[in-house]
Design a protein around this ligand. Structure first.
Ligand SMILES: NC(=O)c1ccc[n+]([C@@H]2O[C@H](COP(=O)([O-])OP(=O)(O)OC[C@H]3O[C@@H](n4cnc5c(N)ncnc54)[C@H](O)[C@@H]3O)[C@@H](O)[C@H]2O)c1
Length: 444
């Protein structure tokens, strides 16, 4: 579909025809809340609250034009009725059983959706306990080496592709141990040799991502693992026109941080300390109780403030922030996380003040609409001639604790810059005028 609205460039976005297959890695709390939620919305028994693709609008033209269509009416997105789900897990539970186990959604709702949810049964997973110490997988693929396992995932994708029109993959699996890039991640060739040689630097999440990108399938990463933020994956993404974006759903505490920190910076209020702690009782909390998985999460959670505050530009305000993040596994709360922030700020002449935030949130309720939006927007990117060829979709930073950028570019963490970037990207690919918020023309 060529778009020729006045002003912007002419780009092409193919229509969202047919079924969109969604392959979910890890059918736990987030994934089942996402899938059950989509089904509940399809049946008209609940609303997709928190989802920009479903409820958000986008302003076009001048404020005086009064033109703000729904995003899903402005850009060609797959319809919820056209989503078809499948996935992998290391346990055999179907999505109904797993949703019941996760206890995020009310029993009544899960029972109502049972006939549909129990049809989604996980494929055997690629798993190795070395990378997630607290889990013991029973429903796992066997192979002679990591190459063989990647080929099996590719075969799963190829089989699913025969039943749908397009495919997107999203990692909703557990957080893997902290890994750093090594020589094996520097090129496709090195990575493929590493697969043959069972290189220890190649975690299961990377095997799924490699399989997806090799098949031209976009990949989103909901967890903080080292997965697509690697030269090999960027190369594959570009080569096969399979869009990728950053990692780790920005849901609770980091979402709040990337709202509050830009406000302090905009008003030039200094910060001397930011202490964040969480209690969480679901399986994710249990996995993160392992120091090696926690380190992966910690790195992802710590990154945002440094970039937002730019201490090199504002040494008097932000050069000496004591920033600490803790996650404590506390079973009685289940999926209902409580996140406390104590923020020590200072104002005029250096006088200190404090802010306390106590966010009693529901982890998976916040994450599910993000999973939905990422899937729909990655599928859109794949259908846009301009976006699919660039690999990294920086405009999706809005949803992620660790945005991904081209080498040498610092990431934007400020939620409002991210939101503007996202909407302007949509305007751009549809050939509409960008909105700069300058507004002088109203006073001509
Ligand atoms: N809920 C949130 O607000 C939020 C925010 C950011 C990130 N996350 C991340 O999202 C991920 C999912 O969270 P959750 O609460 O659903 O956790 P969960 O423990 O309920 O679900 C994870 C699922 O992944 C499965 N799994 C683990 N390794 C796998 C593999 N190699 N292949 C296939 N399946 C595998 C597990 O068996 C489990 O069913 C976690 O990594 C979490 O840190 C969640």
């Amino acid at each position: 579909m060529a778009n020729e609205q006045q002003g912007g460039p002419k780009t092409a976005v193919a229509p969202a025809q047919g079924k969109l297959g969604v392959m979910v890695v890890g059918l736990g709390a987030v994934a089942t809340t996402f899938i059950a939620g989509v089904e509940a919305v399809r049946r008209g028994i609940a609303k997709p609250i928190g989802s920009l693709t479903q409820m958000g609008t986008i302003r076009l033209g001048k404020r005086t034009d009064n033109k703000s269509p729904l995003i899903r009416e402005f850009v060609p997105l797959a319809k919820l009725d056209d989503l078809v789900f499948t996935g992998w897990d290391i346990f055999e539970d179907n999505v109904y059983e797993s949703a019941a186990h996760a206890k995020v959604l009310d029993k009544d709702l899960v029972e109502q959706l049972k006939p549909y949810l129990e049809t989604i049964k996980p494929l055997p997973a690629v798993f190795d306990q070395y990378y997630v110490k607290r889990l013991h997988g029973t429903h796992v693929k066997k192979g002679k080496n990591k190459r063989d396992l990647a080929d099996q995932v590719r075969a799963d994708i190829q089989a699913f592709k025969k039943t749908v029109d397009r495919v997107v993959m999203i990692w909703c699996g557990s957080t893997e141990i902290f890994l750093e890039p090594t020589a094996v991640h520097q090129s496709i060739e090195a990575f493929e040799k590493g697969l043959e040689a069972n290189d220890i630097g190649i975690a299961p999440s990377q095997i799924y991502a490699y399989a997806a990108l090799s098949e031209g399938v976009p990949f989103a990463n909901g967890a903080p693992n080292l997965t697509v933020d690697l030269p090999v994956m960027i190369e594959l993404s570009k080569k096969n026109a399979a869009p990728i974006c950053g990692k780790d759903f920005k849901t609770g505490q980091t979402f709040m941080k990337t709202v509050l920190a830009p406000a302090f910076k905009a008003r030039l209020l200094g910060v001397s300390g930011w202490y964040s702690t969480n209690i969480l009782g679901n399986r994710d909390g249990e996995v993160l109780d392992d120091p090696e998985s926690f380190k992966t999460k910690e790195e992802s959670k710590l990154g945002s403030l440094e970039y937002i505050f730019q201490p090199e530009l504002y040494p008097d305000l932000y050069a000496n922030i004591f920033h600490k993040v803790r996650i404590n596994y506390y079973p009685p709360r289940g999926d209902n996380k409580e996140g406390w922030d104590n923020i020590d700020i200072f104002g005029w002449l250096g006088y200190p003040m404090q802010i306390k935030v106590d966010f009693l949130c529901r982890d998976s309720i916040l994450a599910a609409p993000i999973a939905l939006d990422l899937v729909l927007f990655l599928d859109l990117a794949k259908r846009s001639t301009e976006l699919r060829s660039i690999g990294i979709q920086e405009w999706l930073s809005f949803y992620l604790k660790s945005p991904q950028t081209r080498e040498g570019l610092y990431p934007e963490h400020d939620l409002f810059i991210q939101s503007m970037k996202l909407k302007n990207t949509l305007r751009h690919i549809m050939g509409a005028d960008l909105i700069t918020h300058l507004g002088l023309e109203y006073y001509d």
